[in-house]
Design a protein around this ligand. Structure first.
Ligand SMILES: Cc1cc2nc3c(=O)[nH]c(=O)nc-3n(C[C@H](O)[C@H](O)[C@H](O)COP(=O)(O)OP(=O)(O)OC[C@H]3O[C@@H](n4cnc5c(N)ncnc54)[C@H](O)[C@@H]3O)c2cc1C
Length: 409
């Protein structure tokens, strides 16, 4: 028999936590599902800061941890895989707060061991990887690069350079915005002060990486010249991409990679809300404001939801500034050679994809996107490099065992 809650929240990052607390405080029955073992999402990772820790503890929302939402059984029942078995959770309203992942772009050598995402290496470090004395190159794009560089330095890593592909000129409106907000300015000053121990270069990006004599050898484009740097890790991510797949599977409208919502975070599907990074990349404050808006509105408190709109609107403006400041330069589309692997799950190279006009065609002929990540990495890469939009999503969203599917049958 399906479990049941009035409001089900998928994702226990800042957006999901805020939504669940808001709905619970309004007296609704709420259930949270997250594939991670702890609440907190990418930024907090189980260590909720105040006042959210107290609010989350007091709300005491039942949470199914280590549980991945992978589909729907009918319009109002979520399918979840947990500890190797399928669960059904029936809902009246669903809040999708599934966050974002790093955008990884292909260039020669990007699949070598030791090449990770920028946030990915930071996450490994937070989970116990000792980077003291290890040589690291941080490259790619977005505010997360500087944040990752600063935290790697604090952990004793020898960060040779932080290479940001956007030009300094392009980033000026973003820096202006940061300077105007006291909380963000303090955070930026902390990061800038930490980065004094390394080089931060705008208009710089990786061209290729090789493994030589046990070390990585990264060739970077630094303005008009090239530089080769030896390191143990290349931490490289080109911004974030919202995890829109669950919302898409539910039939919600998605435009330019963002779930479309109204001023109360309602999607195009009745009873389904979306909050946080799937709506657009805008940082933690925006995720919290959107989560509160969605939670209050789903709980029937439109007045409280409307009171959150100033924070939500600020986040939407920041989202636009962020997108323009870190827009990817066209040169990055030319980095992959015909021999470069595009789909790392199925070992499909760029040359094998030549001539296909659609993702579906490419998938059927080469298995590109049919591996464990289900196109989450190569789909975005191919869209950027070859302008080939990823195919529509299908259940199950993530690979689940036949036993789980059979249990569901
Ligand atoms: C790798 C990475 C590192 C980051 N590091 C920082 C940082 O150091 N500092 C910073 O300011 N910002 C960081 N960010 C950005 C930060 O995540 C956002 O600013 C903000 O916290 C997003 O909140 P959210 O609730 O929308 O998403 P998230 O915090 O990403 O939370 C989404 C949650 O949904 C869960 N989820 C997703 N899909 C499913 C599913 N199908 N079933 C069940 N659960 C699911 C995830 O496990 C996750 O816990 C990082 C982002 C990434 C991707």
């Amino acid at each position: 028999m399906a479990e049941r809650a009035e409001i089900v929240v998928v994702g226990a990052g800042p957006a999901g936590i805020a939504a669940a607390c808001a709905a619970r405080e309004c007296g609704r029955s709420v259930r949270v599902v997250d594939e991670n073992p702890h609440a907190g999402g990418q930024i907090w990772r189980g260590e909720l800061p105040q006042p959210w820790r107290t609010r989350w503890e007091q709300a005491a929302v039942p949470m199914q941890a280590g549980a991945t939402a992978f589909g729907f059984a009918g319009e109002q029942t979520l399918l979840v895989e947990c500890e190797g078995r399928a669960m059904e959770i029936a809902f009246e309203r669903l809040i999708v707060a599934t966050g974002a992942r790093e955008r990884l772009l292909p260039f020669p050598g990007w699949t070598l061991p030791g090449v990770t995402g920028a946030g990915g290496l930071q996450a490994l470090m937070k989970s116990g990887l000792d980077l003291a004395g290890r040589r690291v190159v941080v490259a790619g794009s977005g505010p997360l690069l500087a944040e990752a560089g600063a935290s790697l330095l604090a952990a004793g890593a020898l960060v040779a350079i932080v290479a940001e592909q956007a030009s300094f000129r392009q980033m000026i409106p973003f820096l202006g915005r940061i300077a105007a907000r006291r909380g963000k300015w303090t955070q930026a000053l902390r990061i800038a002060s930490a980065l004094r121990k390394t080089r931060y270069r705008a208009g710089a990006w990786p061209l290729s990486v090789e493994r030589r004599d046990g070390a990585l050898s990264v060739t970077l484009r630094l303005g008009p010249r090239r530089e080769v740097i030896e390191c143990d890790y290349l931490a490289c991510g080109f911004g974030l991409l919202g995890n829109t797949e669950l919302a898409q599977l539910a039939g919600c409208q998605v435009v330019n990679g963002c779930v479309v919502v109204d001023e109360h975070q309602r999607t195009s599907v009745l009873g389904i809300y979306c909050a946080g990074e799937p709506v657009g990349i805008a940082g933690v404050e925006s995720a919290l404001a959107q989560g509160l808006t969605a939670g209050y509105h789903a709980a029937g408190r439109e007045d409280l939801a409307t009171a959150c709109t100033p924070g939500r609107d600020r986040g939407r403006r920041f989202q636009r500034v962020l997108a323009e400041a870190f827009a990817l330069r066209p040169e990055l589309k030319e980095l992959a050679t015909p021999d470069t692997i595009i789909c790392r799950c199925e070992d499909v190279r760029l040359g094998e994809l030549a001539g296909f006009l659609t993702w579906r065609e490419a998938k059927l002929h080469t298995r590109c996107g049919m591996g464990a990540c289900q196109g989450r990495v190569c789909g975005a890469a191919l869209e950027f490099v070859a302008g080939m939009p990823a195919a529509s999503v299908r259940p199950p969203l993530v690979p689940v065992s036949v036993g789980v599917l059979a249990g569901e049958q």
